[in-house]
Design a protein around this ligand. Structure first.
Ligand SMILES: Nc1ncnc2c1ncn2[C@@H]1O[C@H](COP(=O)(O)OP(=O)(O)OP(=O)(O)O)[C@@H](O)[C@H]1O
Length: 626
């Protein structure tokens, strides 16, 4: 082994040839094997070269023969040891480097790991965020779909319930309709029965009244004639007796007594004749004359009625008339279009009812004061060819216990009208108010209650003689039985802008352009009233006065502006506003209407109206009309 090591080192100094030779020399086959190992791939030539071995052996011999062989070996060993120490130091160095390298590698790996972890954490965070986002979107989507589904469900449910409701309504409507139809047929049947009964009764009553009327009239006239004849006979007798008496007196003083007797008989005859005729007229008038409750009527004792149109002409004029002209059903009554049509229709149907001799329908007109209820009722009577009579509910209470008699007297009188009579009761609530408990009942005197009962009794059945038209500002106060007797109810509200404009134009033309007397809206009394002749002496309107000159700056636009400002005014207030304009013009002396005067009066009236309204609102005096 040692030899081999020496050979290797000697070889390194002596060259490969010497080592080879030494190796061959020492090891023989071992050297061959070593050569074989080194050049595994090389093919060992089968030819053996002994020269190298010889040289090796020679070199060994020289070494052995050298006195420094030992030193050489020692040196070699020292070198070997140094090299081993160096190798160890190198190995330690290498190990330290390797440890450093391992540390660095570990550091890098850790850093890499940290970065990787960070990146992974970031990635996971992003993934989480993304997942959150997705989850949120999914949730929103689900929520939206749920909401939509719910909404659809609700819609479907609603539609289903609507369908059910419609079906229910339709069924209900059908039931109601069939019920109404049954009720209508029943009512129709009952009405037919009542109508037949009342027609028979009414005919009997009318015939009796008319027969009585003629008989009584004849009786009265006969009585008057008899009384007059008696008085004339008495007068003649007395005159004859007086003549005889004078003659006898002249011949015979004792016959003075006969003269005194004759004169006394003459006085008695004259007085008797006068009282007899007075009594006859009084009885005649009591039967045929106007009852005390009637304030205004188109009837008169002698049966004369001014220009009452026939039912047929009333109908044709109603259908052809314009509402604003003086003709037609409504004449000067200006109403809202819808109400106008209803009143016109009512007049036509009343006229037809009269023409066909059918029972009349009773009507209630209600609404604020001064909206044309009385005017409309009169026009209704006039154009349906009926007589009319106007009474006021407020006149009943003062009559006390006499009220019942007066009511019966009124209806008896109304029943004698040949044309049929429209009985208009204004301020109906004053005596037709509720009979039940409460303040109204306490206010009701026994007389008024009895009068109400009498009226209910007289109007309990359908009538072909009397149309009852009542007007009130407070329909809610009327007795239920009175309301039950009303077949139609028309509300006369405050005029709208269109009606106000027409009212302003009407009264402007009437009171300013034509300068008519503003007059008074209270009905004319007595005989003149019965003829429809008012205070001014002109039928149906005021007297023509001094015409007013209208300045060019007062035009239709001024009237329209006034109508706009007059919001909340009644027809009466508008008429009075124009009357005030007229008054202001006459007051100025020159009878010229300027825009300034017109606007000032309108502004004043608007302010006055607002003040009055504020007073009503505050519950001040006059808060209620009645
Ligand atoms: N609709 C109207 N068309 C024309 N003039 C009217 C109208 N309403 C009221 N007037 C005027 O007002 C006056 C009063 O009208 P009317 O007597 O008809 O009213 P009303 O409703 O019966 O009032 P009240 O309830 O106070 O008795 C009439 O004379 C007329 O000058």
């Amino acid at each position: 082994m040692l030899l081999r090591e020496l050979a290797r080192r000697a070889g390194a100094r002596l060259g490969p040839a010497a080592i080879g030779a030494g190796a061959v020399a020492i090891g023989g086959p071992i050297g061959v094997a070593a050569c074989k190992d080194k050049d595994k791939e090389k093919t060992v030539t089968p030819s053996f070269d002994p020269e190298a071995l010889e040289r090796g052996a020679k070199a060994l011999r020289e070494i052995n023969a050298s006195p420094h062989a030992k030193n050489v070996i020692e040196l070699a060993r020292t070198q070997e040891t140094t090299k081993a120490a160096e190798a160890n130091a190198k190995a330690a160095e290498m190990q330290a480097a390797a440890a450093q390298h391992a540390t660095n590698t570990e550091k890098v790996r850790w850093e890499e790991q940290r970065k990787t972890d960070q990146a992974r954490a970031q990635q996971q965070g992003q993934i989480k965020e993304y997942e959150d986002e997705l989850a949120r979107k999914r949730y929103q989507h689900e929520h939206e779909s749920t909401r939509k589904r719910n909404a659809e469900m609700v819609k479907m449910q609603e539609e289903a319930s609507h369908r059910q409701e419609n079906v229910r309504r339709a069924t209900e409507e059908q039931i109601q309709q069939s019920r109404r139809e049954t009720d209508r047929q029943k009512a129709e049947h009952e009405r037919e029965l009542i109508r037949a009964k009342s027609i028979a009764e009414a005919e009997g009553r009318i015939a009796e009244n008319r027969a009585n009327e003629d008989v009584i009239r004849r009786q009265m006239l006969a009585k008057i004639e008899a009384e007059t004849n008696k008085a004339m006979t008495l007068l003649k007798e007395t005159l004859r007796a007086a003549g005889d008496g004078v003659n006898a007196l002249l011949a015979d003083q004792t016959k003075g007594a006969a003269l005194v007797g004759g004169l006394t008989a003459l006085a008695a005859g004259v007085y008797g004749a006068r009282e007899g005729s007075r009594m006859g007229f009084r009885m005649l008038e009591r039967y045929l004359g106007q009852p005390s409750l009637v304030r205004e009527t188109s009837r008169n004792v002698w049966g004369f009625r001014p220009s009452a149109p026939t039912a047929a002409s009333a109908v044709s004029s109603a259908l052809s008339s314009s509402s604003n002209g003086n003709g037609g059903i409504l004449g000067e009554v200006v109403l809202e279009r819808g109400l106008e049509a209803r009143v016109r229709h009512l007049a036509v149907s009343t006229a037809n009812t009269r023409k066909n001799n059918a029972p009349f329908r009773n009507v209630m007109l209600y609404g604020p004061p001064g909206t044309g209820k009385t005017m409309a009722a009169k026009r209704l009577a006039r154009y349906s060819g009926l007589d009319y009579a106007l009474m006021t509910g407020g006149d009943v209470a003062p009559l006390g216990a006499d009220a019942v008699t007066r009511i019966h007297e009124l209806f008896d009188w109304a029943g004698t009208s040949r044309r049929g009579l429209l009985l208009f009761i204004d301020e109906a609530d004053a005596f037709l108010a509720k009979r039940g408990g409460g303040v109204a009942a306490a206010e009701h005197s026994t007389g008024v209650r009895a009068a109400l009962n009498a009226l209910l009794y007289r109007t309990g059945e359908l009538s072909r003689d009397v149309v009852l038209v009542i007007a009130t500002n407070r329909p809610e106060d009327l007795d239920a039985a009175v309301l039950d007797r009303m077949d139609e109810a028309l509300e006369f509200g405050l005029p709208d802008l269109d009606a106000r404009t027409r009212l302003c134009r009407l009264y402007f033309d009437k009171l300013i352009a034509r300068g008519e007397d503003a007059g008074d809206d209270k009905p004319a009394q007595g005989f003149l009233g019965a003829l429809g002749i008012g205070k001014g002496g002109k039928r149906g309107g005021g007297k023509i006065g001094t015409p007013i000159r209208v300045a060019p700056d007062v035009d239709d636009a001024s009237i329209v502006t006034a109508a706009k400002k007059a919001e909340g005014f009644s027809g009466r207030e508008i008429a009075k506003m124009m009357a005030s304009v007229q008054g202001a013009v006459y007051g100025s002396g020159d009878a010229v209407l300027t825009a300034e005067t017109f606007e000032a009066v309108v502004a004043y009236k608007v302010k006055e109206h607002a003040g009055r309204k504020a007073g009503f609102a505050a519950g001040g005096p006059g808060a209620k009309k009645r």
